[in-house]
Design a protein around this ligand. Sequence first.
Ligand code: AMP
Ligand code: MN
Ligand code: MN
Ligand code: MN
Length: 273
Amino acid sequence: MHTHSTYSDGVLTPAELVLRAASRGVSLLALTDHDDTGGLVDAAQAAAGLDIQLVPGVEISAGWNGQTVHVVGLDIDAHAPDLVNGLASIRSSRGERAVQIAAQLDAVGVTGSLPGATRHAGNSAAIGRSHFARFLVERKHVRNTSDAFRRYLGAGRVGYVPPSWPELAKAIDWIHCAGGLAVLAHPDRYRLAPRVMQSLFEAFAQGGGDAIEISSDGRFKGSAQIRLARQFGFALSAGSDFHAPGKNVADLGDVTEIPAGVPAVWQRLRAAR
Ligand code: AMP
Ligand code: MN
Ligand code: MN
Ligand code: MN
C-alpha cells in the first residue's frame, strides 16, 4: 500500500515496479509517488495483464506543528481537480526549493547539484532531496544516501531548506475530494514523544483521516500506536515504502502483518465496499 517509482524518488519505472511486485507474489499494490500521480497510467497498463490489483495512490508531503508528515492517499481519482491543483502547487514549491538547495550547496563548494539532481529525477516532476542525495553519492561527496542526509540534506545541515508543504488537514481534504482514503504514513519515523504523537493522531482524526500505517521497519509493531489507532477508530495500513532494490531495505511485499481485531485499510477500498 506504499511504493515509489521514477515519477518521484523510486528507481524503477511504474511498469518495472508492477512486474517486480507480481513476481514477488504481491496481489494488491498501491503506487504512491510523492506529490505526483503521473505514474498511475503506466502502472495500470502493466497490471492489466497480470494477476495483481493496482490501487491508485499518492503520498502527499504535509506540514503539522512545524514539521513534515506524509499522508498516503489510496483509491484516489487522480483527475479530481482539488487534488490535481494541490499536487501541482507542491511540485512547484519543490522546484523552488531545489534551486535554493543547490545555491546553499554551491556556497560550500558543492557545485553542479541542480543539473545533477535533475538528472537523477529523470521523468519525475517531484524533485526532492533523494535526487540530491544520489548526486552527492555519485560525486563522492558522501559514501551513501544516508550519509548525504546526515551531512548535507537533513534538518539543520548546510543544504537544508525548510519546506513549505500544505497543512495536514488540507492534504486529507484533497484526498477525500478525490474519493480516496487518507493514511498517516510511517508515524514511527517522525520521532515524536508519546504526548506529541497523541496530538498528531488527534489532529489526524480531527481532519478526518482514515488509517494509520504500520511501517515495515517494525518499531510500530505492538506498540502504543496500535492502541491509539484503536482509540481513534483508524484502520491500519501496511506497505514496504519501496524505493529501490537493495540490502537492508524492505522489498515489495515485505509488510508487517495487521494485528487481529483491527480493520485493514484494504477492506475499505471501493472494490471491497
Ligand atoms: P523530500 O520529500 O524531498 O524532503 O525528501 C524526502 C525523501 O527523502 C523521503 O521520502 C525518503 O525517500 C528520503 N529520505 C529522507 N530521509 C532519509 C535518510 N535519512 N536517508 C535516506 N533517505 C532519506
Ligand atoms: Mn521518498
Ligand atoms: Mn514518506
Ligand atoms: Mn514513501
